[in-house]
Design a protein around this ligand. Structure first.
Ligand code: ASP
Length: 315
């Protein structure tokens, strides 16, 4: 018997609609319900599916409250023995952040597949239906586990995936590590690498009032940088700071100085490279005083630091 797949809808371009005659870039995200998205895919008819509308937003506006609810619902469905995997439909703008959050919290032993679209559902070139069909195939793939992203037939792991193009259909990449696999036009999956393994922090880490979750901000190191933002954030009670660092994790000396001056505020600091590809390799030097986020993008490093602070506060 085939296991059930639960599809959780959160909005995004995959559920977006453009008005008559408008271009593919002028539309409103998060308009169609998840049931409508499923009904539009012939390959999904008659499959053992369940769907649930969890949110209806443009993922640029993703909130911690939606993340908390999403984490809980994904966890709820994963523990059901009849469920083989969960699919999440999501906007592409913050997809990599949600993927990393779910991976770090749940490290699921069943597949959790996130997908979306670069063209609205109303487009003649809509990519959502194929992406959704591919996501269900992956959610039923024997042996698949962890949080995966599938877009345009390419399967990415949560740690590696990032949005690298503003509007092209193939907007996602796993960088130098490469994708986990691909689906062909018939929906057949070919794995290229081993499924990634990691430990989860546990769903309890998302407990508690989201309004009290530690604030973690991102500051970019760039030519002509000043320490002004660091000082303002320290005074504001910010708990964590990700520096979107240059190159191999280097930080402008003005920011380094400001961080040293703001030591009284006890902000946790992490460096992530703003390069878009390549993990930071540790070398001696002033910047090495702050831990690196390895290959995580600055946006994912922000999620990582927030989760570490949440875990520390619940210990
Ligand atoms: N702004 C949209 C969103 O992230 C973009 C997309 O889904 O492609 O919801």
């Amino acid at each position: 018997m085939q296991h059930k797949v639960v599809i959780l809808g959160t909005g995004g371009t995959i559920a977006g609609v453009a008005s008559e005659g408008a271009s593919d870039l002028q539309y409103r995200a998060g308009m169609l319900g998840v049931d409508t998205l499923v009904a539009a895919v012939p390959a999904l008819q008659g499959q053992p599916l369940e769907s649930e509308q969890l949110a209806q937003l443009d993922s640029k506006d993703m909130t911690h409250a939606v993340w908390q609810q999403l984490g809980r619902r994904v966890h709820h469905h994963l523990v059901r023995p009849e469920v083989g995997g969960v699919v999440v439909t999501h906007g592409t703008d913050t997809m990599e952040e949600t993927a990393w959050l779910l991976q770090r919290v749940l490290a699921p032993a069943k597949p959790v597949v996130i997908t979306g679209a670069m063209r609205p559902a109303s487009s003649r070139q809509a990519d959502g239906p194929r992406n959704l069909a591919d996501a269900v195939v992956l959610a039923q793939e024997p042996g698949a586990h962890g949080v995966l992203v599938v877009m345009g037939g390419v399967v990415h792991g949560a740690a590696d995936v990032r949005k690298v193009h503003a509007h092209r259909i193939d907007a996602f990449s796993s960088g130098e590590v490469g994708p986990l696999g691909r689906l062909d036009d018939e929906g057949r999956f070919q794995r290229a690498r081993a499924w990634p393994a990691s430990d989860g922090l546990g769903i309890a880490v998302l407990d508690g009032d989201v309004g009290a979750w530690p604030t973690v901000e991102i500051v970019t190191s760039h030519a002509g940088a000043s320490g002004a933002l660091i000082e303002a954030l320290a005074r504001n009670g910010t708990r964590g700071l990700v520096i979107a660092a240059t190159g191999n994790g280097s930080v402008h000396q003005a920011i380094e100085l400001a961080l040293e001056r703001a030591a009284w505020a006890d902000m946790a600091v992490m460096r992530a490279t703003r390069c878009g590809d390549g993990a930071i390799l540790e070398v001696e030097g002033a910047s090495a005083a702050w831990p690196s986020a390895g290959a995580l993008t600055p946006a994912k490093a922000r999620v990582e630091l927030m989760l570490r602070l949440l875990q520390a506060s619940s210990a």
